[in-house]
Write a protein that binds this ligand. Sequence first.
Ligand SMILES: Nc1nc2c(c(=O)[nH]1)N[C@H]1C(S)=C(S)[C@@H](COP(=O)(O)OP(=O)(O)OC[C@H]3O[C@@H](n4cnc5c(=O)[nH]c(N)nc54)[C@H](O)[C@@H]3O)O[C@H]1N2
Ligand SMILES: Nc1nc2c(c(=O)[nH]1)N[C@H]1C(S)=C(S)[C@@H](COP(=O)(O)OP(=O)(O)OC[C@H]3O[C@@H](n4cnc5c(=O)[nH]c(N)nc54)[C@H](O)[C@@H]3O)O[C@H]1N2
Ligand SMILES: [Mo]
Length: 753
Amino acid sequence: MHLFATHFGTYEVDADANGKPRLLPFRHDPDPSGMGLGYLALGDHPQRVKTPMVRRSWLENGPLAGSGRLRGREEFVAVSWDEAADLIAGEIRRVSSVHGNQAIFGGSYGWASAGRFHHAQSQLKRLLNLAGGFTSSVNTYSYGAAGVLLPHVLGADYKDACDTSPSWSDVADHCRLLVAFGGFRLTNAQVEAGGTGSHRATEWLKRCQEKGVEIVVFSPAASDAPQGGNVRYIPLRPNTDAAVMLGMCHTLLIKGLFDCDFLNRCTVGFSDFESYLIGEIDGVAKDAGWASSISGVPRETIVEIAENLHDLPSLINVAWSLQRAQFGEQPFWAAIALSSMAGHVGKAGCGFAFGLTAVNSVGQPVRRLKGPAFDQGRNPVQHYIPVARITELLENPGGTVEYDGKVLDLPDIRLIWWAGGNPFHHHQDLNRLAEAFRKPETIIVAEPMWTATAKMADIVLPSALPFERDDIAASSRDNWLVYSRRAVEPPAGILSDHEFYCLVADRLGLRQSFDAGLNTDEWLARIYEGYRERYPELPDFQAFRLRGFAALDEGEDAPAPADHFRRFVNDPAAAPLKTPSGLIEIGSAAIAGFGYADMPGHPVWMPPAEWLGAPLAEKHRFHLLSPQPAHRLHGQLEYAPASQSAKRHGAEQFLLSGVDAVELGLIDGDLCEIYNDRGRAIAALTVDAGLMPGVTVLPAGGWFAPDADGVDQGGNPNTLTDIAPASTLSQATAPNSCLVSIRLWKRIGQQAA
Ligand SMILES: Nc1nc2c(c(=O)[nH]1)N[C@H]1C(S)=C(S)[C@@H](COP(=O)(O)OP(=O)(O)OC[C@H]3O[C@@H](n4cnc5c(=O)[nH]c(N)nc54)[C@H](O)[C@@H]3O)O[C@H]1N2
Ligand SMILES: Nc1nc2c(c(=O)[nH]1)N[C@H]1C(S)=C(S)[C@@H](COP(=O)(O)OP(=O)(O)OC[C@H]3O[C@@H](n4cnc5c(=O)[nH]c(N)nc54)[C@H](O)[C@@H]3O)O[C@H]1N2
Ligand SMILES: [Mo]
């Protein structure tokens, strides 16, 4: 079978009546994603980069100080691959010898495309490591606050993200009450980093409902609650979930409805948390009334659900989005404290979960395929940033950033090389980032499309699209391996990242160590054999390539894997967690010891700088949420048919409640300006009766496209969001704490009544 693997699933490749290749859903996928069906349309799209390009004055004058002013404002000149390779090899030599390798930023965050070999960042990092290293980045935009907090309190980091959830099959069979903060945005489960053969999260959620699991969803958006029976939706103000959870903890405490034995055996630090709950320190009891006044959730509802969490076998799920906010660590930590008090942690299908339906894999009852990737080698440079501190890195050479108990030095970055990511989509406050991007001497971007990031480069390297090359796709959180075969040839003159990096490696005298003397087919065979060594039941490479895929336990539900916390709860001394105490840390001496004012040693609720209760809400009265786009992966596929047909009047859609629309004198379909002190963005209004008044939703992924007045016609929410971190601890991204105003930009068609 001829297959093509993507982060949003596997597709079959065949030909239409005219012999043109097209994509069809994979026959083994019960719930395929439509977003990739038109992917091949990007191949010859006008937004495609077709040849290596160099910004004119950079080409003419070289990396002169101050020339970065012209980035994004000047034409590009086509060059040959050999010229591009000469220029880049020369820059790497110059910067590393004059300034040292820490002056090269190769942190290059982004999702790139699925495939173990053509993984853009791995290719780039291997090359830069061989060339003496680079300043790198750690953590993710996805799970940045949780990824730093959870090692302290659960001993689980991002790679354990799946293990923090019980399996769906156990939830369906054993849990009776599933309380979901942030709900289930089911379009998110179309995605799995590395790919998947079979989308099943929606089906599992339905199965839970059929088995009678009662579902309670707290969210500002009713659409986060699943359709069907047994679901209760409770609106709350954004960024107040931790307050609701603390109100529930307080309720259980004063009613004596908490599991003392569990707290004693399996946790540390409860007593400090208890003092905080009853208000011993600040004189404020974190009771249900307190939580109600912050969140807008009725007091009785908080009390009732707290009691039910204790009385019924219960599970608390927290969406990843909640930690993409200021103090975003807190709802995760508070959920751990609340479920520990409720007393069901470690029972089958109960306790806490993070990110059920954030991606397809969380909770999947499958054996996971762990296997080799293209080896990045070792980075001799010690400097790194938490990934979302890119603006500070560029603004503040010689400065420092505090992070997770450390103080990081910020080197003076002269050269940036980005591959497989789009910071002018994913980072916050893009106008400020654009200023920061003017500082380095040279910016190289490898990218198939003319993204906003490519436009800010000095040298643009056109990459082959993933359907123009062969690869092997697999996710370490799923059980499928796919041989992803090229569907079409790349346009004349376009190379894969690997092919081009070989040309640079030649010039740096690194070719042999870079490609190990193997061609692409040999690399793919080597990677596949790495999987077979671990899973001898897999077919041999030729058979795999012919069939197109292989799966562990194909077509079966593997028995639910022993859930991560069950062995620990049964015997904490025999199976300790990887925390300093070996226990769940409701209070963390390590975190308290860092002394960060914005990150005390136990769960708290603190008011973010931007939320509906902030002083700034007098001026900008809407809380902007920017969830993941339903019809594309981030900014990828923006020009594929599914994303384009979700536009209104050619613009991104944003949501507002009917009450707010009337009050602003807006009608459905109006092109509106969403603005604050950081920027202005245009999007088309879609009135959503299920959205809480005071909240507005503009999904991520629109292409940042400032016009001559600096108004982003592409409707990217990061024109508006702030770079302020979740906290000093994690330094994670926090776009979901953002206040904006809204006004009419242009009315299309009919007049207002
Ligand atoms: N406001 C707001 N901002 C957010 C979020 C949010 O919720 N709200 N979410 C954040 C999250 S969780 C994430 S993960 C990030 C995602 O942000 P990114 O990962 O930066 O977004 P993508 O659009 O997936 O960018 C990947 C780029 O790689 C390119 N590419 C694909 N294959 C290849 C290849 O083989 N080689 C090369 N050189 N390039 C390739 C694609 O064309 C695309 O432009 O966004 C973050 N930003
Ligand atoms: N189709 C598609 N799927 C994707 C992606 C994509 O680009 N496209 N990206 C993938 C990636 S990289 C990631 S990291 C995951 C992210 O997965 P998540 O982080 O879970 O997803 P989001 O879409 O950011 O937000 C989910 C919901 O959280 C709610 N929410 C936001 N703020 C609050 C709050 O303060 N309180 C409460 N109670 N609810 C809130 C919003 O209403 C939103 O619908 O999605 C993945 N899935
Ligand atoms: Mo993400």
